[in-house]
Design a protein around this ligand. Structure first.
Ligand code: C2E
Ligand code: MG
Ligand code: MG
Length: 738
C-alpha cells in the first residue's frame, strides 16, 4: 500500500500529466500506433515463455542483499512476482493511456515508499530489456526488420516508463520537502516569540515570523522595508546601547543576547529579550543573523513589583526597613557634605494593640493606612517615612539646621495624628508617641540613631503618651532598666519580691468604704518599687503572669479574709486579671481552688477585666466567665471607654460593674466630650443593672459631678492612694466601720 493510493489522479495532475501530455511524450519518443501493435504482438510469445520470465528476473534481483531485504518472506515474494508478471503483460499490451500512466505512477510511488533506491528501480529496466531481447529474438529469428522494430518500440515504452518512475521519486521528495517546510513553519509560528532573519550586507529582513505582527502590532509591510524601521521603534534610551552592542557582537561573529524596550504600533512599551545567532556561509563568514525575540514585558513588570515589594511595606506602601537604612545612609552622607543635621523620628502608635484586639485586624489595618496618609502630608518630598513594625514608623528629616525645626515638624505630626478618625461606625481617637534622635549628636551610624530614637520614644510613652521626647544620654539607662526588668522578672516571684497594695473604693453618696482594688508592685532589691505598668506587659509576654496572677488572687483573697476576721466584714476585694490568665483552660478551677482554700465568700470577690479581653474572644473564654460568675464572683470592666466597645455589646457577658476610665474622669466637669461620655456610661450602666465606679478621682469637682450624675462609687487619689495592707488597716479604722 502506498501512501498515495486513491490520490493518484491528484499526483498525475500535480505532475502535469494528462492525455495531452501523454500524447506529447509519445510524440517526442516517436512512439506510434505501429509500435503499440508490434508490442501487442509479443503477448503470444510472452505467454508461451510463462513463469520462466519473471523467475529469471527475480533470480537476478535476489542476488543483492539490499533487494532481498525488501521482500522478506515467500508470500511477499509471490505477490511481487505476480505484480511483476502483470507489468510485463501491461508493458506489451499496447494500451498506453491515462490509466496506464496512473498505474505506473502508483507503482513508482510504492517503490519510493518502501525505500527502493532509483538505481535498483532503473537498473531493473535493463534486466527487462535483456529478457525481452531474448524473447523478441526467439519470436522473430528470421525477421530482422520486425525484430529490430519491436525492440525499438520496447525501448520507447521503457523510456516512457522510466521517466514516470523518476518523476514519482522527485514528486515524493518534493512532497517530503513541502511537509517539512510546513512543519518548520508550524513550529516557528507556534513559538510565542518573533523569529527573524536579516541579511548582514543589506540589513534587510529575509524572514520574519507572523508573531512580529501580533506581538508588536506593525503591519507586515513595515517588515519588508529595511531594518531601520525596527531600530526606530526601539525606545530612544535603549537604542544606542542595543545597536552598538549588536553591531559589535555581530561584527565579531559572536552569538549574543540583549534586552531592550520597543514602542509597539499601538504606542505600548514592550520589553523584548533578543537572542541573536550568527548565520555563516560555508567558509564560516557571517552572512546574516537569526534572532528569537521574546516579549518579556510581564516578566519585567513582575520584577519591578518584586523589587517594590522588597523595599516597601505592603499595607501602607511606605518604604520598609531595608529602604529606611539606605535613606538614612544617604541622609548622613548628604548632611556631612552640607554641614546640616538629620532628624530621626521614631513613632509608636498609642494603644494600637487595644484597637487591634477590640475591633479586629481589619480595622487595625485601616487605622495604619489612615495614619500613614496623615504622616505623608506632614513632611517634605526630600524626607522619608518608613513603616518598620506593626504600629511603628520612622521618619527621616533631612536638611535640618536647628533642632527646633525638628520639634516643629514633630509637633505638627502629633497634632495630625490626634485628629478623631472615623472608620465606618467607629470613631477612634488615635495618638502617637515620638522619640527623636539627631545626627551627628546622638549617633554616628544608622543603628545607633534608630536605637536612641526608639529609647526616646519609650520615654514619651512613660511620660503619658501622645507626646514627643528628644533623646538624652540618660535615656539609655531607661533602656537598660527595661532589659533588667524583663530578665529578672522570672525569679521575682520565687524571691518574694511582689507585694500588693490596696486602693479604697467609696460609695459616692455616703463616702462609705465599700471595697479595695488590689494593685501589685515589685519591690526590686536594687531598683526599688517597680510599677505594674512597667512589668505587667513583660509578664504577659513571657507567660509569668499566669503564676503571678494566681499568687495575686490568693494573696488578695487571704488578705480580705484577714480583714473580715479583724472585724471589717463586707469589704469587697477587686483583683485585676490579664488576657493571658483567661486563656488558660484551668482558669475556672484555679479561681475555685483559691476561694476554697482562703475561705473568702465569692460575693466579696470581683475580677476586673478590660474590654479588649472580651472582644473577638472564643466561646471557651465566654464559658469561663459564666462559670466564674455562677460561683457568685463579680465581674467588672476596667478602663471602660478606651476599648471601643459599647455597653450594649457588654450585655452578652455576665458583667456586674463598669469602671469609667481615668482619662474621662480627668476631663470632667469641663471637657464636654469627657462629661458627655461619663454621663452616658453612668446612665446606661445603671439601666443595665450594673454598678458604676469612676477611677482616678483627684478633685472635689470631679467627685461632685459624679455624685450629681448618680455614679455609684469612686476611687482615686482624692480619697486615697493605693496603700500597703498595714496602712489600709489604719484607713479602715479611721473610716466608719462597715
Ligand atoms: P488599673 O487597674 O486601671 O488601676 C488603676 C491605676 O490607676 C493604678 O495604677 C492606680 O494607682 C492608679 N490611680 C488610682 N487613682 C488614681 C488617681 O486619682 N490619679 C491617678 N493619676 N492615678 C490613679 P497602678 O497601680 O500603677 O496600676 C496600673 C495598671 O497596672 C492597672 O490599671 C492595671 O491595669 C495593672 N495592674 C495593676 N495591678 C495588677 C495586677 O495585680 N494584675 C494585673 N493583671 N494587672 C495589674
Ligand atoms: Mg484595675
Ligand atoms: Mg483602670
Amino acid at each position: 500500500m502506498s501512501p498515495h493510493s486513491g490520490n493518484i489522479t491528484k499526483v498525475a495532475k500535480e505532475l502535469g500529466i494528462d492525455e495531452a501530455e501523454i500524447a506529447v511524450r509519445k510524440l517526442f519518443l516517436e512512439f506510434s500506433e505501429q509500435d503499440a501493435a508490434l508490442l501487442q504482438r509479443l503477448q503470444v510469445f510472452a505467454q508461451a515463455s510463462g513463469e520462466e520470465f519473471s523467475d529469471s528476473f527475480y533470480r537476478h534481483i535476489l542476488n543483492f542483499t539490499e533487494l532481498k531485504g525488501l521482500s522478506p518472506d515467500n508470500d511477499a515474494l509471490d505477490r511481487l512476482k505476480k505484480s511483476q508478471s502483470r507489468y510485463f503483460t501491461e508493458l506489451i499490451d499496447g494500451n498506453y493511456n491515462f490509466d496506464y500512466v496512473k498505474n505506473r505512477l502508483q507503482v513508482g510511488l510504492t517503490h519510493q515508499f518502501v525505500g527502493l533506491k532509483p538505481k535498483w528501480y532503473l537498473g531493473a529496466y535493463r534486466k527487462y530489456l535483456s529478457c525481452f531481447l531474448h524473447l523478441i529474438w526467439k519470436a522473430y529469428p528470421d525477421d530482422r526488420q520486425t525484430f529490430f522494430d519491436t525492440f525499438q518500440a520496447l525501448m520507447k515504452i521503457v523510456t516512457f516508463d522510466m521517466a514516470l518512475a523518476i518523476e514519482t521519486y522527485i514528486y515524493a521528495d518534493n512532497q517530503t520537502i513541502a511537509s517539512l517546510e510546513q512543519r518548520i513553519r508550524n513550529l516557528v509560528e507556534g513559538i510565542d516569540a518573533i523569529v527573524l532573519e536579516a541579511d548582514i550586507l543589506s540589513w534587510g529582513f529575509t524572514f520574519i515570523s507572523p508573531q512580529a505582527m501580533r506581538i508588536l502590532g506593525f503591519p507586515s509591510e513595515h517588515w519588508t522595508t529595511r531594518t531601520a524601521f525596527f531600530q526606530k521603534a526601539v525606545v530612544p534610551e535603549d537604542r544606542a546601547f542595543a545597536m552598538e552592542y549588536t553591531m559589535q557582537e555581530t561584527g565579531a561573529g559572536r552569538d549574543h543576547e540583549l534586552e531592550y524596550r520597543v514602542i509597539g504600533f499601538d504606542g505600548r512599551t514592550i520589553w523584548l529579550h533578543e537572542r541573536v545567532n550568527i548565520v555563516a556561509d560555508d567558509n564560516g563568514d557571517a552572512t546574516g543573523i537569526r534572532s528569537v525575540l521574546v516579549d518579556i514585558t510581564r516578566l519585567k513588570e513582575t520584577e519591578g513589583q518584586l523589587a517594590y515589594l522588597a523595599t516597601h511595606d505592603e499595607l501602607t506602601e511606605l518604604p520598609n526597613r531595608t529602604t529606611l537604612y539606605d535613606r538614612i545612609h544617604q541622609a548622613i552622607a548628604q548632611a556631612d557634605r552640607s554641614q546640616t543635621l538629620v532628624g530621626i523620628l521614631f513613632l509608636d502608635l498609642d494603644r494600637f494593640k487595644t484597637i487591634n484586639d477590640s475591633l479586629g485586624h481589619h480595622i487595625g489595618d485601616e487605622v495604619l493606612q489612615a495614619i500613614s496618609n496623615r504622616l505623608i502630608v506632614c513632611i517634605r518630598e526630600v524626607d522619608t517615612i518608613a513603616r518598620v513594625g506593626g504600629d511603628e514608623f520612622v521618619i527621616v528629616l533631612v536638611d535640618i539646621v536647628r533642632p527646633n525645626d525638628l520639634a516643629a515638624t514633630a509637633q505638627k505630626i502629633l497634632q495630625a495624628i490626634a485628629q478623631p478618625l472615623n472608620l465606618g461606625e467607629h470613631e477612634l481617637f488615635p495618638s502617637t508617641s515620638i522619640g527623636v534622635s539627631i545626627y551627628p549628636k546622638d549617633g554616628k551610624d544608622v543603628q545607633t540613631l534608630l536605637k536612641n530614637a526608639d529609647a526616646a520614644m519609650y520615654r514619651a510613652k512613660e511620660k503619658g503618651k501622645n507626646r514627643l521626647e528628644f533623646f538624652l544620654p540618660e535615656i539609655n539607662e531607661a533602656v537598660q532598666r527595661r532589659l533588667t526588668v524583663e530578665m529578672q522578672l522570672r525569679h521575682a516571684l520565687n524571691r518574694n519580691e511582689f507585694i500588693l497594695h490596696y486602693q479604697p473604693q467609696y460609695d459616692v453618696k455616703s463616702l462609705r468604704f465599700v471595697g479595695v482594688e488590689a494593685l501589685v508592685r515589685w519591690q526590686h532589691p536594687e531598683i526599688g518599687t517597680i510599677s505594674p505598668t512597667e512589668f505587667i506587659p513583660a509578664a504577659e509576654e513571657t507567660g509569668i503572669i499566669v503564676s503571678l496572677g494566681e499568687w495575686i488572687l490568693e494573696t488578695a483573697c487571704r488578705q480580705a479574709v484577714a480583714w473580715q476576721q479583724a472585724g471589717y466584714a463586707n469589704l469587697r476585694m477587686s483583683v485585676n486579671l490579664s488576657t493571658r490568665q483567661l486563656s488558660e483552660p484551668s482558669f475556672v478551677d484555679m479561681v475555685k481552688a483559691v476561694i476554697n482554700e482562703t475561705g473568702l465568700s465569692p460575693e466579696l470577690l470581683e475580677l476586673e477585666l478590660t474590654e479588649s479581653m472580651l472582644m473577638n474572644k472564643s466561646q471557651e473564654v465566654l464559658e469561663r466567665l459564666f462559670a466564674v460568675r455562677e460561683m457568685g464572683v463579680g465581674l467588672s470592666i476596667d478602663d471602660f471607654g478606651t476599648g471601643y466597645s459599647s455597653l450594649s455589646y457588654l450585655s452578652r457577658y455576665p458583667i456586674t460593674s463598669v469602671k469609667i476610665d481615668q482619662s474621662f474622669t480627668k476631663g470632667i466637669p469641663d471637657d464636654i466630650r469627657a462629661a458627655t461620655l461619663t454621663r452616658t456610661i453612668i446612665s446606661m450602666g445603671r439601666e443595665m443593672g450594673m454598678r458604676v465606679i469612676a477611677e482616678g478621682v483627684e478633685t472635689e469637682g470631679q467627685m461632685k459631678f459624679l455624685d450629681e450624675h448618680r455614679c455609684d462609687e469612686i476611687q482615686g487619689f482624692l480619697l486615697s492612694k493605693p496603700v500597703s495592707a498595714h496602712d489600709l488597716i489604719i484607713l479602715l479604722a479611721q473610716s466608719d466601720r462597715v
